[in-house]
Design a protein around this ligand. Structure first.
Ligand SMILES: [Mg+2]
Length: 239
């Protein structure tokens, strides 16, 4: 098929997430310890994980559910003594600063975006998180100069796989679903979300068994139209 627009997921699609997340968590703990915190790394991590789980339980499927400053503010609020807002902010900032330092695009990511746009294919990033953080990531990766649009779940108030992130991107590009390809790593968020709107879908860096993964319901998930071994293969599907 040839398409007029490609909607890319960001996290774990244009760069690997895990090393960045690990670097961020490590930096947040180091900041906590440098400011005199008494918990050891395991105890601190247990509290972070508990705060994350509580946030995801209380505000599921929102951009806030991924907000590290919310997680760390909850950790700090549970420490003995008065609430230390400066510490809470410092932990969240340390997380994201280290995360961004660690970021590297996947091989072929930037070349692929450039090739698509040279072929007059519109390129957007459609992503579940807050806009400020995703803007930092795009700039850090150097992806921003290859984009026609960015849509975050924060700005539309719903998360993928719900339609608004995708439909808002299509509206901004003045494209219809049948003109667009979605590329992402999540069978649930990207593949099912894209297919539900009638868009072509391509799974990259997802689970080998694309009917599972990401905590979704295996039986209810649609399979991708394409599976990609590299981002460069996007051009073979799209052009
Ligand atoms: Mg992703």
């Amino acid at each position: 098929m040839t398409v007029d627009a490609v909607l890319f997921d960001l996290d774990d699609t244009l760069y690997p997430y895990d090393p960045c997340n690990e670097a961020g968590r490590r930096a947040a703990f180091e900041t906590y310890r440098d400011r005199g915190g008494g918990l050891d790394a395991d105890a601190f991590e247990a509290r972070r994980a508990r705060a994350r789980a509580a946030t995801k339980r209380e505000v599921p499927a929102t951009a806030s559910s991924h907000n590290r400053h919310i997680y760390y503010a909850r950790v700090v609020a549970d420490l003995p003594g008065p609430f230390d807002a400066g510490l809470a902010r410092a932990l969240g900032d340390a997380y994201w600063d280290a995360y961004l330092d660690e970021m590297r695009p996947f091989d072929d990511a930037l070349d692929t975006l450039a090739t698509l746009r040279e072929a007059n294919v519109d390129v957007a990033v459609v992503t579940n998180l807050t806009t400020r953080v995703q803007l930092r990531k795009l700039a850090r990766l150097g992806v921003d100069r290859h984009l026609d649009a960015l849509v975050t779940s924060e700005e539309v108030g719903r998360e993928k796989p719900a339609a608004p992130v995708f439909t808002t991107a299509l509206a901004r590009l003045d494209r219809t679903p049948s003109e667009a390809l979605v590329v992402g790593n999540s069978p649930r968020n990207d593949i099912e979300g894209g297919n539900a709107l009638g868009m072509e879908t391509a799974l990259f860096n997802g689970p080998a068994d694309a009917t599972g993964g990401a905590g979704g319901d295996p039986a209810g998930l649609r399979t991708p139209d394409h599976r990609l071994d590299s981002l460069a293969a996007v051009t073979e599907v799209a052009l």
